[in-house]
Design a protein around this ligand. Sequence first.
Ligand code: ATP
Ligand code: MG
Length: 349
Amino acid sequence: MTKLKVGLLFGGCSGEHEVSIVSASSIAKAFTIDANADKYNMLPFYIQKDGFWQGGDIAQQVLTSGKPISATGKSRWQFPATASEVDVWFPVLHGPNGEDGTVQGLLKLMQVPFVGSDVMASSVGMDKIAMKAAFAQAGLPQVKYLAVTRSQIYSNPCVFPKLCDQIESELGYPCFVKPANLGSSVGISKVRNRPQLEAALDSAASYDRRVIVEAAVVAREIECAVLGNDQPQASVPGEITFESDFYDYETKYTPGQAQMIIPAKVPEPIVALIQERALQAFLSLDAAGLARVDFFYVESTGEVLINEINTLPGFTSTSMYPEMWAATGISFANLVDRLIQLALERGQP
Ligand SMILES: Nc1ncnc2c1ncn2[C@@H]1O[C@H](COP(=O)(O)OP(=O)(O)OP(=O)(O)O)[C@@H](O)[C@H]1O
Ligand SMILES: [Mg+2]
């Protein structure tokens, strides 16, 4: 039987480069397991932090060692020769330049099927302002928010205070200030007074032209995994717990600082509501293949507010996405197989 050649694309020009390598190593192993080994031939492609593509031995070395490298390439825009052999791409790139539609556009131009969402769902899912507008249109409850631009933040000293007044009167304290297009909580601040708000807006604007400010909620953080194309399925939800003030960068990436509880211990009607809304969110963006949808469950009122969708969620052997599927009855290797099959199905004209 001829094996399908899967191009595993990882690394990338984002702050989540290292996580991408760990996710890709886990996925690479899944291609060597059981039936997958007879069906698929994995070809690794590593995108260095400077944008150079590496295939073959260098890419394999990064996968094996789990460490980034920076070798010299012939030409930045030249793909490794084996790229033309790929039957289906599996991009495992988190954050900007990977999860945001840029790589998806490139793969689309190559006219080869790929795992995950297309250009639109990827870019809308990445930009928190566009994402919230799409969710609002779909009728999904979410926190109150205001969209702000860098030019408003850097505007003259007469205008900026008015912007802060508006945030204070419409959202109040505490509130969260976030760059619209980042991930891993980079550039996010929780603020409690005017000086903190001013500093946080300034900081967020240094990361992105678009900034979002949200009213803070006191809530449990529940996530749900989605798998499929036009008739997606939702997994059992999982909960993230931590001691820190919020789920910030340090909490996310310091082992032992956050705990995953799968399945989440919430009442059955809340589970059903979360699953239903996760599917609605997925369909509202026309997402494909996979996504992790994150919610705030306000226990005191019973409200379930959508926080965000991640179209290429963390995919290490201990990440929430595969763990929630494992708890639902789909093993890691099986999940990888299903994602390839969904990509082939979606890739058909
Ligand atoms: N409106 C809010 N109310 C309460 N907590 C919030 C709010 N917004 C964000 N947080 C806290 O900050 C964390 C990070 O926020 P968010 O999920 O928007 O960022 P992110 O950088 O997109 O994360 P990811 O890596 O999941 O994409 C949340 O998990 C939560 O702990
Ligand atoms: Mg998040």
